[in-house]
Design a binder for this molecule. Structure first.
Ligand code: NDP
Ligand code: 2IT
Length: 446
């Protein structure tokens, strides 16, 4: 039964943001978790802290015109939602994918507020993107698009204002093109984007950070079950930045990845997926996961990506996109005795799927906490840029590991304090919210 607080918030949010279903989903989950906090702290209710948080501080939508290789004019739509600057400059990635619309950017920006608060670093929440599809585009077209996108975005961002980074469809190549255009327009060399190349202000470990951080977080979940990665069979959906480096780290810790996917289908390799092949296909050739079976004859390819959850595994790391694990997928994982799910992607599990995991004793690490290693290392990149120096790989990796452990501790402690022991969804939402809420209370009605 939904409470009056949740229903009143959702009434407002759905009325003001019609049709933005992913945003509604993200807000509902946080509202349900933090209701107990509001009850305990009437001042938060009086000062309408949560009602303010669900309204972005500022949102931009803009035209992105560019010329393709045939000389034809193309028009895309660009977005940047600056959600909350309560604890630091807006911070969050940029997504280029044809499915992007305001509702997706808002769900991502909203979640980013609490994720960033959990990282222990001083960064606010924001997100951006475009419905541009980099797939099948030449480098020249991607550059033209990125330059046009930044020609509008540059006036809204800055190293102490809003610091974008990568997300789906935005990696080192795109960050490079956007940075080049920013620098030219602003006449200023600052760490305005993270995920930069190592030669021009990037941080070691940022490429690996989300996947590594996810694995560090799930390590703690496994420790709580008195087990570890050794000998575990792991399914990792997606085959992009997050998925690849999660697989690299689990292999180092003695587990084996048996299935990966892209938006067309999934591969199963019982011998353990050969990560070098996947890296070459995805990072260099920009090919499809299907290409893998051409080189590894014992592996099989299945068309359609949702069936990946029916592959028996001990641990699942959904690392592709939102709502990729539904109730049926969750039930298949439970049936096959999966013991832990760590979310590498943002909001990959539907509310029904999360319920299935929680009802069946599957350890569940929610995205806001489990995938925060990427943005946390972005904050470390900002720190190094401000100091104009660079730390070693070991130094950054050590800090990332400490941060993921600190996030885990905050989540478990908040869950326990508010009577929901072991519920990391509630713990993450509560701990993230408390930090932001206290800052908002101190800063007055803004
Ligand atoms: P990439 O673009 O590197 O890879 C995305 C992967 O997910 C690809 O394999 C892609 O397949 C697949 N995918 C994307 N959209 C869909 C879809 N609609 N249906 C099925 N599969 C899809 O992105 P990242 O690895 O960076 O991001 C993956 C997830 O992790 C996202 O949810 C992102 O928000 C989240 N995340 C990323 C962070 C980062 O630092 N990069 C940090 C924290 C979270 P295909 O090639 O077919 O499109
Ligand atoms: O969802 C995320 O946390 C990211 N895409 C990373 C954001 C960042 O600013 O590094």
């Amino acid at each position: 039964m939904a409470s009056q607080f949740v229903e009143s918030i959702m009434g407002q949010v759905t009325m003001r943001n019609p049709g933005e279903t992913e945003f509604h989903q993200a807000v509902r989950e946080v509202a349900e978790s933090i209701e107990v906090v509001i009850q305990k702290n009437p001042a938060f209710a009086k000062m309408k802290v949560f009602e303010r948080l669900v309204e972005p501080e500022r949102q931009m939508m803009f035209r992105v015109p560019w010329l393709d290789d045939k000389g034809q004019v193309q028009v895309n739509r660009g977005f940047r939602v600056q959600f909350s600057s309560a604890i630091g400059p807006y911070k969050g990635g940029i997504r280029f994918h044809p499915s992007v619309y305001l509702g997706i950017i808002k769900f991502l920006g909203f979640e980013q507020i609490f994720k960033n608060a959990l990282t222990t670093t001083p960064i606010g929440g924001g997100k951006g993107g475009s419905d541009f599809d980099p797939k099948g585009k030449s480098d020249n077209e991607v550059m033209k698009f990125c330059q046009s996108f930044m020609s509008e975005l540059f006036r809204h961002i800055g190293s102490d204002t809003d610091v974008p980074a990568g997300d789906i469809g935005v990696g080192g190549r795109e960050v490079g093109f956007m940075f080049g255009q920013y620098k030219r327009l602003a006449n200023c060399y600052t760490g305005v984007l993270t995920g930069k190349g190592l030669e021009w202000g990037g941080s070691l470990v940022r490429t690996e950070a989300t996947g590594y951080g996810l694995v560090y977080f799930v390590t703690r979940m496994l420790q709580d079950r008195k087990t570890d990665w050794k000998g575990k069979r792991v399914t990792v959906s997606g085959s992009g930045n997050v998925a690849i480096y999660a697989v690299q780290k689990i292999e180092q810790l003695g587990a084996k990845c048996i299935a990966m996917s892209d938006s067309n289908g999934y591969i199963v390799d019982e011998a353990g997926i050969n990560l070098n092949t996947v890296k070459r296909i995805k990072e260099i050739e920009r090919g499809r996961i299907k290409d893998y079976v051409g080189e590894h004859k014992k592996a099989k390819y299945v068309e359609g990506c949702s069936g990946i959850w029916t592959v028996p595994c001990d641990i699942a790391l959904p690392s592709a996109t939102q709502n990729e694990v539904d109730e049926a997928g969750a039930k298949a994982l439970v049936k096959n005795k999966c013991i832990a799910v760590g979310e590498g992607a943002n909001m990959p599990s539907t509310p029904e799927a999360i319920q299935v995991f929680q009802d069946n004793g599957v350890s569940f690490g929610p995205a806001k906490a489990a995938n925060a290693g990427g943005v946390a290392t972005s904050a470390l990149e900002m720190c190094q840029n401000s100091m104009r120096l660079s730390w070693t790989f070991e130094e950054v990796d050590k800090r990332l590991n400490m941060i993921m452990n600190a996030i885990y501790d905050q989540c478990t402690q908040a869950a326990e304090e508010y009577g929901m022991k072991n519920n990391l969804v509630a713990g993450a939402n509560i701990a993230g919210f408390l930090k932001v809420a206290k800052s908002m209370m101190a800063q007055g009605v803004v």
